[in-house]
Design a protein around this ligand. Structure first.
Ligand code: WT7
Length: 658
C-alpha cells in the first residue's frame, strides 16, 4: 500500500486518500465536495443553516447576510453565546465525561479536563470576572502561556460577552503595553511565569512593567503555574489577585446566575481582537464577531480535520496566534473534540518530545507548521522513529507554504505513508481555513494548498482585478464576504478599508501572491507586501524598522526578508548608525536586545548589517527590493536601478557582507 502510494506520488505528485480513510470520512468524494462547495455559493443560507445545526442559537437570524463593501454581516439578528456552543451543548450526552483538554506540561505533568470540568471552571471564572466589574463589550487582555486556564479565560470572556485580546506570551512588556492600550482593556489575566525549554519566562514581571503605563487596567488575575521564586512575582495590593484565591471565593448570587445561564449575544457582537502585523509600525487589532466566526471555525474543523468523537486532536500552535483561537479553542470545542494542549518547546528535553507525546496520549490528528517540520527533518529521523505513531490518521500544516520535500517527509516519516495531509491556507483576518483539500474527498499535491473551502470565492488576479489564466502568477483575492471574515480593525475602520479593500477594486486583497493550476489547485507563494513570515510568525518590516529607529544610536533602518531553509524567511536588517557611533559587535548586541525589549525575542533579526547609507530613490524612498537582493547574496542588481540615488551605496553594501 505504502509503496504504491509512494510510487503514485512520484509519478504525478498527487496523493489520493487511502480507502480506509476515505470510507469513514465526513466527505468521501471529490464530487461530494464540489456539490457542497457549489451549494455554499449558490444557496449560502441553506448551506450554513444545515451545517450550523449543532451550534446553539437562542434566536435564529432575520437576514442571513448583507454587505456594503467592505462591511458585511452574517446571521444578522441571531442571538447566541459562543461558550454555550463550545461547552454547555455537550453536557447532556456522553461528551459530558469526555476529555475536552488533555494537557501535557513541559515538565511532564499531565491533566485532563472533561467537558463537565471545563464548563465548571469557565462558569466560575465568568462569575468572578463579573464580580470584578467586567461587562459585555469590555475588553480583557490575556497574557498567558499554554495552560488550560488560558482557554478557560477566553471562554469566560466569551460567556460574558467581553472581547478578549490574547497577547502571545513571547511578546515583550512594551508590546503588551501597546496592545492593552490600543483596545483599552479593563482587566488583565496572566500567570506567574511560563515554562520554556526548562527555564522560566516571568510573565507577571513583564506584565507589571507593561502596566506602569496602562491606565485602563483595573484588575489583574494571576494564575500560578510555576509557583516558586523564579517567577519573581510581586502582587499589587488592590489590583492583583491570585487566580486560585479568586476562584476560591464565593461569587455573588447574581453573577453566578449570569454565568450559569449566560446571555445570548448578537451575532455581530465582538468576540475577540487579535493583534497582527501589517505594513505600518502599528499592529492591527483584527476584530472578529460571534456567529460568522464560530460558524466558519466549526464547519472547517469538522470537515477539514474530519473530526470524530474518537479522535485526540493536537494543534501545536500557541493560543496567542489565530491558529490557537480557531483550531484549539473555538473550532474543536464547538465540535466536542478532545484536544491535546502542550505547554512547551518541541525540542525539550530533546527532539523526541512531540513524538513521545503522540505515543503517550494516542494523538490521532496532528496540526503543525512547516517550520517545525523542517526543524525535525534537520534533527534526524531517528527521533521520530523511536516512537509509536500508529495512532495518527491525519496530518495538517499551516502558517507558510510547505515545500514538497517537507511535505513528503511529513507524509512518509511522521504519517507512515498512510495519513492524508491537509495543507491549510488562511490568515488572522480570514478567521478560518479558506484553502485546503478535504482529506477523504480530494487528492493533494505536495506544495499546493488546494481548493476553496465552503463559501469562499477566491481567485488569483492581476493588479486591476482581471483574472489570471491557469498557472499565471498574481494576487490572491477574495471576491465576496465570507462568514468568518474580520469585520474591522479595532478602532481604525479607515485602516481596515485601506489595508484590505483598496488595492484592487471591490475585493479583499490577502497580501499573498499565488497561482491556480489547471486543476483549480492553488499554490500560494507567500507575502508580496511588506510583511515577513519568519518561522510562521508574521512580522511587519515597518514594525522592526520603527523599533530600531527608536534606539538612540540608530539613524535609519530597513528590514527585509531573505529565503531561509529552516525559517522560510530570515530577517535581515540594514542599519545606519548616528554619527560617531562605532559599528561593532557591541552595537549589534544592543540592537538585538532592543528588539527583544520592544517586540519580543521571536522577532530578533537573523542578521544585522551596518551601512553608511541606505539605497534610496530620488524621492527618498528606501529601495527595499535592492536590499532584498543584497540580503539574499546577489552580486549584481537584477532589477532596475535607474532611480537609485547613489549607486555607490549598493556596491558598498555588497562588499560589506558579513
Ligand atoms: C499568512 C497569514 C493562518 C494561521 C497562521 C498564520 C501565510 C498561512 C499558509 C499556507 C502558504 C500560508 C500566508 C498568509 N500562510 N498558511 N498553508 N500556505 N502560506 O496566520 O499570521 O495571519 O499569517 O501566512 O502568507 O497571508 P497569519
Amino acid at each position: 500500500m505504502t509503496d504504491s502510494i509512494e510510487s503514485r506520488l512520484k509519478e504525478d505528485r498527487r496523493f489520493v486518500p487511502p480507502d480506509e480513510f476515505q470510507k469513514r470520512a465526513h466527505v468521501t468524494s471529490h464530487a461530494e465536495y464540489t456539490a457542497m462547495y457549489r451549494r455554499s455559493l449558490d444557496e449560502p443560507e441553506a448551506f450554513w443553516r444545515e451545517h450550523t445545526q449543532d451550534l446553539v442559537f437562542d434566536k435564529t437570524w432575520d437576514r442571513f447576510h448583507a454587505w456594503k463593501l467592505p462591511h458585511a454581516t452574517f446571521f444578522e439578528g441571531a442571538k447566541l453565546n459562543a461558550s454555550v456552543s463550545c461547552l454547555d451543548r455537550h453536557l447532556d450526552g456522553p461528551r459530558r465525561t469526555k476529555a475536552a483538554i488533555v494537557f501535557e506540561g513541559e515538565p511532564g505533568d499531565t491533566r485532563t479536563l472533561t467537558y463537565f470540568e471545563l464548563h465548571r471552571e469557565v462558569v466560575r471564572l465568568t462569575a468572578h470576572l463579573a464580580d470584578l466589574g467586567v461587562k459585555a463589550g469590555d475588553r480583557v487582555t490575556i497574557y498567558m502561556g499554554m495552560v488550560p486556564e488560558a482557554i478557560v479565560a477566553m471562554l469566560a470572556c466569551a460567556r460574558l460577552g467581553a472581547t478578549h485580546s490574547v497577547v502571545f506570551g513571547g511578546f515583550s512588556a512594551e508590546a503588551l503595553r501597546d496592545r492593552i492600550n490600543d483596545c483599552q482593556a479593563k482587566v488583565l489575566l496572566t500567570q506567574d511565569a511560563a515554562w520554556r525549554r526548562g527555564s522560566v519566562v516571568p510573565l507577571k514581571q513583564m506584565a507589571d512593567k507593561a502596566l506602569e503605563e496602562c491606565p485602563t487596567i483595573e484588575k489583574v488575575v494571576v494564575y500560578r503555574r510555576v509557583g516558586d521564586a523564579r517567577a519573581h512575582v510581586t502582587m499589587k495590593e488592590g489590583r492583583d489577585v491570585w487566580w486560585e484565591d479568586l476562584m476560591g471565593r464565593t461569587a455573588s448570587a447574581a453573577s453566578l446566575e449570569l454565568a450559569k445561564k449566560p446571555p445570548a449575544h448578537d451575532a455581530e457582537h465582538p468576540l475577540f481582537v487579535l493583534y497582527t502585523s501589517g505594513s505600518t509600525g502599528k499592529p492591527k487589532g483584527v476584530l472578529h464577531t460571534t456567529a460568522g466566526y464560530l460558524a466558519g471555525v466549526h464547519v472547517t474543523t469538522k470537515f477539514v480535520f474530519d473530526m470524530k468523537d474518537s479522535d485526540l486532536y493536537w494543534c501545536t500552535a500557541d493560543i496567542g496566534w489565530v491558529t490557537g483561537h480557531s483550531y484549539i479553542v473555538y473550532g474543536p470545542l464547538s465540535c466536542g473534540a478532545a484536544c491535546l494542549v502542550y505547554e512547551g518547546a518541541p525540542n525539550f528535553p530533546d527532539w523526541s518530545r512531540f513524538w513521545q507525546i503522540i505515543e503517550k496520549h494516542g494523538v490521532s490528528i496532528l496540526y503543525t507548521a512547516p517550520t517545525a517540520i523542517r526543524a525535525f527533518i534537520r534533527a534526524g529521523d531517528e527521533w521520530v522513529q523511536k516512537a509509536d505513531l500508529s495512532s495518527l490518521r491525519l496530518l495538517g500544516s499551516v502558517g507558510e507554504p510547505i515545500n514538497p520535500e517537507a511535505w513528503t517527509w511529513y507524509h512518509r516519516v511522521v504519517g507512515g505513508g498512510r495519513c492524508p495531509i491537509v495543507d491549510t491556507w488562511w490568515q488572522t483576518e480570514t478567521g478560518s481555513i479558506l484553502l485546503t483539500t478535504l482529506p477523504g474527498a480530494c487528492y493533494s499535491k505536495p506544495g499546493s494548498t488546494g481548493l476553496p473551502m465552503f463559501g469562499v470565492d477566491i481567485a488569483v488576479v492581476k493588479d486591476k482585478g482581471e483574472d489570471c489564466k491557469a498557472n499565471e502568477g498574481g494576487k490572491l483575492v477574495i471576491r465576496r464576504p465570507w462568514p468568518s471574515m474580520a469585520r474591522t480593525l479595532f478602532g481604525d475602520d479607515e485602516r481596515y478599508k485601506a489595508a484590505y479593500w483598496s488595492q484592487i477594486p471591490d475585493v479583499y486583497f490577502t497580501g499573498d501572491g499565488a497561482r491556480r493550476d489547471e486543476d483549480g489547485y492553488f499554490w500560494v507563494v507567500g507575502r508580496i507586501d511588506d510583511v515577513l513570515n519568519v518561522s510562521g510568525h508574521r512580522i511587519g518590516t515597518a514594525e522592526i524598522e520603527s523599533a530600531l529607529v527608536s534606539h538612540p544610536i540608530v539613524a535609519e533602518a530597513a528590514a527585509v526578508g531573505k529565503p531561509d531553509d529552516l525559517k522560510g524567511q530570515a530577517l535581515v536588517v540594514f542599519v545606519t548608525l548616528k554619527n560617531g557611533v562605532t559599528a561593532d559587535k557591541n552595537a549589534k548586541d544592543k540592537l538585538a536586545e532592543h528588539i527583544d525589549k520592544e517586540i519580543g525575542k521571536f522577532a530578533r533579526p537573523d542578521q544585522i548589517r551596518f551601512t553608511d547609507a541606505l539605497p534610496k530613490t530620488r524621492s527618498g524612498k528606501i529601495m527595499r527590493r535592492l536590499l532584498k537582493e543584497v540580503a539574499s547574496g546577489a552580486t549584481e542588481a537584477k532589477g532596475d536601478t535607474s532611480t537609485l540615488e547613489d549607486l555607490g551605496v549598493l556596491a558598498k553594501l555588497r562588499a560589506d557582507e558579513d
